[in-house]
Design a protein around this ligand. Structure first.
Ligand code: ASP
Length: 322
């Protein structure tokens, strides 16, 4: 029997049209385009339906509320479909994939995000393969999690990063092996886990928690960030050097981190490096962070750390639990 796959178009290059102001999504266009494509009606394709977000968004304009809207659509159609393909802009796809990986609890169906660097309507495009392969992966049902498919790799959603602004191999998961390599056939990684469920599928609504990302650079004057770090933000993801090191160490940042902690702010330390892991306390230059109660993100991406802070505070945990 044919599988049922729901395509959710959120906006993004893959379904955009050319306008006087540049590429932009247009309501209704992608559905009629896909209906006219012979490949989308081929016998080996699953049964599919397409829903659009309204309004359609360039993913640069997305917020947590849009992550909730995507989650809401999946929830509403969860029982009727075997898998979901989220067609999304590439710019913030790794953030959305990370957020959904936390907010879709007890997921046991494939949710595959994809998009493209060149719109489908262009003769030369990368959207066609991304779309068709993502649909087939969703229909095969071998992954039971939020994943991202792009140009021959299926990646774990909350491990993915966009690392090329113009190239067609735009995504990678530097700290985690691909879930599948796609060539003439789809080769799934043997390590793909079975679904882990602790109850019924549910979607945790995410809240607009004030979160900031601060990237450390040589000569950073932490005192300039004191007010936002200790008063405005509830969660801060600090992108430190290498294994979690910062300049100036204790003198500059310790009092700020302490004050932030007292005010219920969580400081998470990620690395600016795409590979490897944070290890607080290995060097003197990270010891102060550890002492002051900063949270080590180990090998998480910044995107995943941001999404997880949103998720944990949205669940209602206090700063200590987070
Ligand atoms: N700005 C676009 C977006 O993220 C880029 C893309 O889709 O590739 O929506």
């Amino acid at each position: 029997m044919k599988k049922n796959i729901l395509l959710i178009y959120t906006g993004g290059t893959i379904g955009m049209v050319r306008t006087e102001a540049g590429y932009a999504p247009r309501a209704g266009y992608l559905k009629s385009y896909l209906e006219s494509l012979p490949a989308m009606q081929a016998a080996e394709m699953p049964h599919w339906e397409l829903l659009e977000l309204s309004p359609l968004l360039d993913s640069s304009n997305m917020t947590v509320l849009d992550w909730n809207r995507i989650g809401g659509i999946i929830k509403e159609h969860y029982d009727r479909f075997d898998g979901f393909v989220v067609l999304h802009g590439t710019d913030t796809m790794a953030y959305t994939a990370s957020a959904l990986s936390f907010s879709l609890e007890n997921l046991d169906k494939p949710v595959i995000l994809t998009g493209s660097q060149i719109p489908l309507f262009e003769v030369r495009n990368d959207g066609m393969d991304n779309l068709l392969t993502a649909i087939m992966i969703a229909a095969e049902g071998k992954v039971h999690e939020v994943a991202l498919y792009f140009s021959d790799k299926l990646l774990r959603g909350n491990r993915s990063v966009k690392l090329n602004a113009t190239g067609l191999y735009a995504f990678s998961s530097p700290n985690y092996p691909p879930l599948a390599d796609i060539g003439t056939t789809i080769q799934y990684n043997e390590m793909i886990p079975a679904p882990v469920r602790h109850g019924d599928f549910r979607v945790q609504e995410l809240k607009k928690i004030p979160i900031g990302i601060i990237k450390v650079f040589p000569g950073i004057q932490f005192e300039l960030f004191e007010e936002i770090m200790s008063e405005s933000l509830k969660g801060i993801v600090l992108e430190a050097f290498g294994a979690g090191n910062i300049p100036g160490s204790a003198d500059a940042i310790l009092p700020i981190v302490r004050k932030a902690r007292e005010n219920g702010t969580v400081l998470v330390i990620c690395s600016q490096c795409l590979k490897g892991s944070v290890s607080l306390g290995t060097y003197e230059t990270s010891a102060a962070l550890k002492e002051a109660g900063a949270v080590c993100a180990y090998d998480m991406t910044t995107e995943a750390a941001v999404a997880k802070v949103y998720y944990l505070f949205s669940c209602g945990y206090d700063a200590d639990t987070v």
